[in-house]
Design a protein around this ligand. Structure first.
Ligand SMILES: Nc1ncnc2c1ncn2[C@@H]1O[C@H](COP(=O)(O)OP(=O)(O)OP(=O)(O)O)[C@@H](O)[C@H]1O
Length: 472
């Protein structure tokens, strides 16, 4: 048996004592004879439709919110052992990389700002991106690496280093997808630039009312595409021709948002063609690349691939149940194991997650709930408590499958199996929910609740998918 093979609940998972206890429980079926108890296929389909109608769609992941959440909960760099790939616009020019911030020859007050944030040395992506962004003559850059690898800090430093504080007009423009994300980036710039008193920052975000035709004196402006466009055109607060550095952050989130893509292109058109263009993205899909190539001429491209998640160290099980209540009882039986370390329980819909959390609480268990209807700050607070071990069990939906570093979680329960919009197995989400990065990730357990012929089919699809992958 490989680790990719799903086992149904048998001995491995439970201690001898627990095994005896579970043997008598109707929910832990070590074999398959329960199939005969299932209603005919037609009824199962009926059942599925009713369930979906009653529970609503799966909890949707909003990219901008997810990104903000990541920023709110991230206190340090994400570990990544992959090599940075660099594709240079001019392959004959030497490849620069720095191992220290001192090598960048920053202004002393800026270096002081960097160190005051606790950054001792550049992150992987910063090693290559920083010298490229600061090179003379200037170079354009497309940089892609997952959230938490130091992109924001990199371009904040580049902007602060780029501006001439003696010139009291806007020189750097940074576009972000939402009001909240712009504020987060602005905080990094303010913190890093706190020893540079003459460098000023303005926020081009909704609600920030300005007098028309009075040019801004702030050297750096950060904001959302619509407001930046207004400030450049309608309000004439910024002369786009005087912009010498243009940063497009979270390009992947940006182009997924209605109107943002076109507004960004419109801002870009107003700029001088000699303006330095920098684009950052956490993902590297075709749509992002197409967009990037449209707005960034002759780019250098830097990529840091996400560390692969694997199921190598995860033992996987499934539990056969009849319906939601049955799954609930199974979960209660498992409860002692959940709290040995920390556990996450995934549901498909917000409604199901809320029901499950409140049912568990009614049973006297202590659990936290995290789902999409909560405000991002509220979600961040729940995750923070969970990370600090204040809560042992977290009931959640897909809003969280990527947000939490699962290495600290040793048991994941798929109360509902991950499915896509068509109801097919969602292998990628399965991997994000239970996978670990790195080959030496800590061990973990995953328990999947199977409650219909349909979900049995899904778990089989998942099993097949991962056992096929493991052949390579
Ligand atoms: N060189 C560094 N040394 C130590 N910590 C760093 C360094 N650069 C960034 N950090 C910290 O690592 C975390 C992630 O950095 P940052 O926000 O810049 O990443 P990001 O790639 O922009 O992520 P996101 O896409 O979520 O915005 C932050 O808490 C930041 O303060």
């Amino acid at each position: 048996e490989t680790n990719h093979t799903l086992s149904h609940t048998t001995g491995d998972f439970f201690s001898q004592k627990k095994k005896k206890h579970f043997k008598n429980k109707k929910n832990f079926r070590a074999k398959f004879p329960r199939w005969s108890l299932f209603p005919p296929a037609a009824n199962v389909v009926q059942n599925k439709i009713q369930n979906e109608g009653g529970e609503g769609d799966g909890d949707k992941v909003d990219l901008a919110e997810q990104s903000l959440l990541n920023k709110l909960i991230r206190h340090s760099l994400v570990k990544n052992r992959n090599q940075v790939e660099v594709q240079q616009a001019d392959p004959s020019s030497p490849l620069f990389s720095v191992k220290t911030f001192q090598e960048l020859r920053l202004k002393p007050e800026l270096l002081q700002g960097v160190f005051s944030m606790g950054f001792n040395r550049p992150s992987r992506i910063q090693e290559n991106a920083l010298p490229l962004m600061m090179a003379e003559p200037h170079q354009n850059l497309i940089a892609q690496s997952q959230s938490g690898t130091g992109k924001t800090a990199a371009f904040s430093l580049a902007m602060l280093s780029h501006v001439n504080p003696d010139n009291t007009w806007t020189q750097c423009l940074c576009v972000a997808p939402t009001y909240e994300l712009a504020l987060q980036i602005g905080q990094v710039i303010e913190q890093m630039g706190k020893f540079c008193p003459n460098v000023k920052l303005a926020y081009a975000i909704r609600g920030n009312r300005m007098e028309r035709h009075v040019k801004l004196q702030e050297q750096i402006v950060i904001g959302t595409p619509g407001t930046i466009l207004d400030w450049c055109t309608k309000y004439k607060l910024i002369d786009p021709q005087k912009i010498t550095m243009f940063v497009l952050d979270e390009a992947d989130v940006m182009i997924a948002m209605q109107g943002h893509r076109d507004q960004s292109i419109r801002i870009h058109r107003l700029l001088n063609k000699d303006c330095q263009m920098l684009l950052f993205s956490a993902t590297f899909e075709d749509s992002v690349m197409k967009f990037a190539e449209r707005v960034i001429p002759d780019p250098n491209i830097i990529r840091l691939k996400r560390e692969e998640e694997t199921l190598d160290t995860i033992k996987q099980f499934y539990v056969l149940c009849r319906e939601k209540e049955d799954k609930f009882t199974a979960l209660c039986n498992l409860y002692g194991c959940l709290t040995i370390a920390q556990a996450m329980i995934f549901c498909h819909t917000r409604k199901m997650a809320a029901w499950l959390a409140s049912s568990l609480i009614k049973e006297g268990h202590q659990v936290a709930l995290l789902s999409g209807e909560m405000a991002v700050e509220q979600r961040a607070a729940v995750i923070e408590r969970f990370k600090n071990g204040k809560e042992k069990v977290l009931v959640t939906t897909n809003v969280c499958s990527r947000g939490i570093d699962v290495e600290q979680v040793s048991l994941v329960v798929n109360f509902d199996l991950p499915v896509d919009l068509e109801g097919n197995a969602d292998n990628e989400t399965y991997l994000h929910r239970i996978g670990r990065t790195g080959r030496f990730g800590r061990r973990g357990f995953a328990v999947n609740m199977v409650d219909s012929i349909n979900s049995m089919e899904i778990i089989k699809q998942i099993e097949m998918h991962f056992s096929e992958i493991s052949l390579f």
